[in-house]
Design a protein around this ligand. Sequence first.
Ligand code: SF4
Length: 326
Amino acid sequence: MKILDVENLNLGFMGENRFNQALWDVSFSLHKGEMLALVGESGCGKTVSAMSILQLLPKTAKITSGTIDFYGENLINTNRKNLQQIRGSKIALIPQDPMTSLNPLYTVGDQLLEVIKIHQHLKGKAARQKAIEAFEAVQIPSAEERLKAYPHEFSGGMKQRAIIAMALACNAEILIADEPTTALDVTIQAQIMNLLHEIKTERNTAILLITHDLAVVREHADKVAVMYAGRIVESAPAKEFFEHPRHPYSLALLNSIPSNRGKSLETISGQPPSIQQKIEGCTFHPRCKYCMDICQIKVPPEFNVGENHFSACFLNDSLNRKSDKD
Ligand code: SF4
């Protein structure tokens, strides 16, 4: 069942004297129990796309067009009260640094109980029981005892588990996990990803995973959307993406991960453009080894290259355009 549908989202930031567009017609959807990975280099628009859902954007940001449909309601037009209700209770954020969500002055238990009180309207023993269950669900040992601890008494992985527990305590239907394991060491990274995978499968929770780690995506995601310079340039079911990547940027990303043994690792030459930079045609063309004349003057449309698989690249021009079919 589809629960989130982002359609043609355009967004920009007001600079000193001009408006800089950061997202161009970004579209993706999430079904129950599905993990969508938004991948790409830093600054490509992954986090801004995800934060748009919760309207957690800087004051200079402005959504100029598009819709963010959550159970039939456009979150762009919804009122502040409704949005606050949705944040945390229906759509929860798992940030890169859990300390941005935990207050060092209060015990983790008090913070979890506060969330349960606000979003589940539970108090006293019932709230405490819910908190213990949430800690147990994320495999925090000695749950009752650990509720009395302060954030600084938790390791990085435990803090991240506590944040996930807060989302579970509210029965959030969507988790937005923004590079949730970047600050953790490798073993703990795997544990947190396994935990998210378990939540997705057992609770039917939808997860929007923002990451640059394609090895994690290969192991856990159901769908992949590759972003470059504020656009989704390729989107596909994960298995199809890893077996038949079609966009040169996706190929370059895949060739730069160590798990592709047998092939020599490649780096992608050059840098992604900043949002102030205006690039004619395909924004990837200055870095693309397949660049053709047309790429420097025209923005490539989305071409259907498989079932639920599109690539925005003129190399796929012989196939049917997605937009022609819609
Ligand atoms: Fe490269 Fe052209 Fe495809 Fe862009 S449209 S990715 S420049 S081949």
